[in-house]
Design a protein around this ligand. Structure first.
Ligand SMILES: CC(=O)SCCNC(=O)CCNC(=O)[C@H](O)C(C)(C)COP(=O)(O)OP(=O)(O)OC[C@H]1O[C@@H](n2cnc3c(N)ncnc32)[C@H](O)[C@@H]1OP(=O)(O)O
Ligand SMILES: CC(C)C(=O)C(=O)O
Length: 568
């Protein structure tokens, strides 16, 4: 198989630093596609089975239009083979596979002319194979993947066939698929991971003789350990010849990607994967994990694929959206946390040199980001990260000023899960240094339920010792509480924003943020600046009143609107 002329800059020289690579490195040029041969011994074909095994995940069913969109994106990604479905399983599966064969399987969707092989699955019977061929035969490179189980447990309990019948059926059906005019027939020995080795070798050699061009060695139930699977593949490599060896690993014990890579190291040259690792039960090996491992550890594995990795994030998002199977935040490569750093020591390292804690460049999988993004501020963050965020927001703070803001940040961070830029802005305040607490909360009583009006009574004390009590009803308890405060403070303000985030748990803490502005109809303000306040506590109304007073005190002291001035 010829290699395209696209440049290769993959590899990190073993340093473990960020990997970078040119798009679509070494993608084979399809006119030279030979089903059972790859010129370059280090080239690994990627078969994506999102549209077949991926769709076997409960709830993952996609429409034909969605499958076409996924297939087009897979072509951009540069997968060598798109497994487009199991045509005999439903009219939709047939129509989608046929549409993909005619569309993506016939026309290059990307410059450079890559047209992927379009494969479909069929059981080892003539009806399945006829339907499969009907669906796929219009593709430029059509492939039928026929399968039958070879493990004792499957042959005895599921197929209820003897070994002899299984071999005979497999051989006849591979030959039958070839006789239809399909010159690219893959054979999968289902449950190979639990099959008797000698019998497996015998079946594989017989189907190769019958015309199989790829032999797929599925660890159907995700039972194998990486060393065991590597040994299985190495053994098959030793005992067969004339066909490409393929991996197909499931994730029941969490080893799908590890087993796939172990298989590749042992000699497999087709790796079967799905986007986001979706698939039957615990899923398949994830394309993004396998491909990025090959790219990132090229110096160790000595392999390469034709995948243009900058489409990985787009593909992940599309498949998640279409299937409703959203990826967990800490999913390798494509989880939202995969390039996020919340702890101070890591943030400091990343800010100084990304390679300290990142082995992949986010741009490599299609994420764009600035130097500071990826830094998430939270309870475990440090001064370096806070300072960087403040700088981004236009506040160049150092020394004691930074220490003070950091102390306030840590106080709030203990009870808050997410920090927005607004929250960080609220911490800044050279202004806070000369703020006066004009009014503080002494007591609060809340009455609410299914009868009557929400009613709140507050007792406030002013900085000069004046105590006031006021009571108000409202739309809810927070509204009633703010109205009761207004009755005492009497500063005309507009409530701009009220947010409340609860920290989960039975003894949940409420963290409330209030943003107000002075009402310019009543008080002349130089500009329409806002004042924010934060309150935290076990009681949401108390936290809200504290946040509100906090904002009011800021507004009053900065505008010199003391309690006495207002009263006068
Ligand atoms: C490991 C894998 O992922 S294999 C792919 C699994 N994917 C799917 O099953 C999804 C699509 N499947 C379907 O839509 C349906 O199962 C169909 C249309 C294929 C078949 O439906 P039905 O004819 O009603 O059969 P059903 O699914 O209930 O049972 C499977 C039959 O196929 C037989 N069978 C299973 N695998 C094979 C095989 N590789 N070759 C030949 N026959 C097989 C079973 O022994 C059983 O036969 P039986 O009816 O004589 O007992
Ligand atoms: C049909 C084969 C490849 C399969 O999906 C499996 O064994 O898991």
């Amino acid at each position: 198989m010829a290699i395209s002329d696209q440049s290769v800059t993959t590899g990190n020289g073993g340093s473990g630093e960020v990997c970078t690579a040119a798009a679509g490195e070494n993608r084979p040029s399809h006119p030279n596609y030979i089903p059972n041969h790859i010129d370059n011994p280090s080239y690994v074909r990627i078969l994506d089975t999102t549209l077949r095994d991926g769709e076997q995940a409960p709830g993952a069913a996609m429409t034909t239009e969605q499958k076409l969109d996924v297939a087009r994106l897979l072509a951009h990604l540069g997968v060598d083979i798109i497994e487009a479905g199991f045509p005999c399983s439903s009219p939709e599966s047939f129509n989608a596979a046929k549409a993909i064969a005619i569309d993506v399987g016939c026309h290059p969707v990307i410059a450079g002319g890559h047209v992927p092989v379009i494969g479909v699955v069929a059981r080892s019977n003539k009806k399945d194979i006829d339907i499969a061929w009907d669906a796929v035969k219009h593709a430029c490179h059509p492939r039928i993947n026929t399968f039958i189980a070879t493990s004792d447990i499957h042959m005895k309990h599921k197929l209820r066939m003897s070994k002899e019948v299984v071999v005979k059926t497999a051989v006849e059906m591979v030959a039958y698929a070839r006789s239809l005019g399909c010159n690219d027939v893959a054979f999968a020995a289902e449950d190979a991971g639990r099959s008797d080795r000698e019998f497996l070798h015998h079946v594989l050699n017989e189907v190769i003789k019958a015309g199989a061009t790829t032999i797929i060695i599925p660890d159907t139930v995700g039972y194998n350990m990486p060393s065991e699977y590597a040994n299985l593949i190495a053994d098959i490599k030793l005992n067969t010849s004339g066909a490409i060896i393929a991996t197909h690993c499931h994730n029941d014990l969490g080893f799908a990607a590890a087993n796939t890579l172990a298989g590749a190291e042992a000699g497999a040259r087709q790796l079967e994967v799905t986007i986001n690792g979706i698939g039957e039960r615990a899923g398949n090996a994830a394309l993004e994990e396998v491909v990025m491992a090959i790219k990132c550890r090229k110096e160790l594995l000595g392999l390469h694929t034709g995948i243009d990795t900058k489409y990985i994030v787009a593909a992940s998002k599309m498949v998640a959206e279409f299937t409703g199977l959203y990826v967990q935040p800490h999913k390798a490569i494509v989880g939202v946390n995969a390039f996020a750093h919340e702890s101070g020591i890591h943030q400091d390292g990343v800010l100084k040199y990304r390679g300290t804690y990142e082995i992949i460049s986010p741009e490599d999988i299609g994420l764009s980001r600035s130097n500071e993004s990826g830094i998430v501020l939270g309870k475990l963050s440090g001064r370096h990260a806070l300072k960087a965020r403040l700088l981004k927001l236009g506040h160049d703070v150092n020394g004691k000023e930074l220490d003070d803001i950091f102390a306030r940040f840590k106080e709030i961070a203990g009870t808050k899960k997410n920090f927005s830029d607004d929250d960080i802005e609220a911490l800044v305040g050279n202004e806070n240094d000369h703020l006066k607490t004009i009014w503080s909360l002494v007591d609060i009583q809340v009455i609410h339920g299914t009868i009557g009006f929400p009613t709140v009574t507050v007792k406030l004390i002013s900085f000069d010792g004046d105590e006031k009590i006021s009571c108000s009803t409202g739309e809810g308890v927070v509204d009633a509480a703010f109205k009761a405060v207004n009755n005492i403070v009497q500063v005309p303000v507009i409530l701009k924003k009220y947010t409340n985030s609860a920290v989960e748990g039975i003894d949940a803490l409420a963290s409330t943020r209030v943003v107000i502005s002075l009402d310019s109809n009543d008080i002349k303000t130089q500009n329409d600046r806002t004042f924010s306040g934060i309150g935290t506590g076990k009681d949401i109304t108390v936290a809200s009143v504290q946040a509100y007073l906090n904002a009011l005190n800021k507004a009053m002291s900065l505008k010199n609107l003391s309690a006495k001035i207002i009263r006068a």
